[in-house]
Design a protein around this ligand. Structure first.
Ligand SMILES: N[C@@H](CCC(=O)N[C@@H](CS)C(=O)NCC(=O)O)C(=O)O
Length: 213
């Protein structure tokens, strides 16, 4: 089996620590029990080699032997093909996992990331805030009955839950799930998993070690 390497920054400022998207990949690898290593690349000077792997000079990317994959969703799908612990073999459940994974990226994260910009830059007094906050409410109102009825999006835990719960974690960070208890419980059960805890602790340790050096 080829060697798996996760690439992330060698350092990031304090606020994103614990939220950098290599966490999603570490989490999946821990869930699947696949051996991997993590390599830090410069945050400050992003060179041509970085862009050759990730065209937006972002992280994460993954190498699997000679193959290089960028975009956290694509990386999770790639890993899903390696382990049924991440992506079920049954066609209906596999379809559920894939569509919810895309929904997490394209229907939820698409709303949560712009919303978070208003928080980080203290723009809640501006007119567009109402729109972006309303967009988040609309999405949570639709997710609430989904999580009231099911533990995991595809029946059993899958990469869809890694992406969905990680996207919702950004809202939870600012107590934005308080009025959506089923969403809140879902994030709590996802982040209680030992694989999440290990991935999260490892990411924090990685960035702490880099700032110490
Ligand atoms: N759609 C990309 C987003 C990647 C992304 O936003 N990466 C952040 C870290 S979590 C980053 O590299 N930010 C620095 C930058 O954009 O310059 C994915 O899901 O992989």
């Amino acid at each position: 089996m080829s060697e798996l390497t996760v690439y992330t920054y060698d350092w990031v400022p304090e606020p994103p620590r614990g939220y950098v998207r290599d966490l999603r990949i570490r989490w999946a690898l821990e869930e699947a029990g696949l051996p991997y290593k993590v390599v830090g690349v410069p945050f400050k000077d992003r060179g041509a080699e970085h862009v050759a792997h990730q065209p937006f000079a972002q992280v994460p990317w993954l190498t699997d032997g000679e193959l290089s994959v960028f975009e956290s969703g694509a990386i999770l799908l790639h890993l899903g093909n390696r382990s049924e612990k991440l992506l079920p073999a049954d066609p209906q459940r596999r379809n559920d996992a894939v569509q919810w994974l895309i929904a997490a990226l394209n229907s939820i994260e698409m709303a949560t990331v712009p919303w978070s910009i208003f928080i980080f830059y203290d723009l809640k007094d501006t007119k567009p805030w109402e729109f972006f906050d309303g967009w988040v409410t609309a999405r949570l109102d639709r997710l609430e009955p989904v999580f009231a009825k099911r533990e995991w999006l595809a029946g059993t835990f899958s990469i869809a839950d890694i992406l969905m719960s990680d996207a919702l974690r950004l809202l939870h960070r600012f107590d934005r799930l308080a009025k959506h208890p089923a969403c809140l419980d879902y994030v709590a059960r996802a982040t209680a998993r030992p694989a999440f805890k290990k991935a999260h602790a490892d990411q924090l340790a990685h960035f702490k070690a880099s700032s110490a050096g």
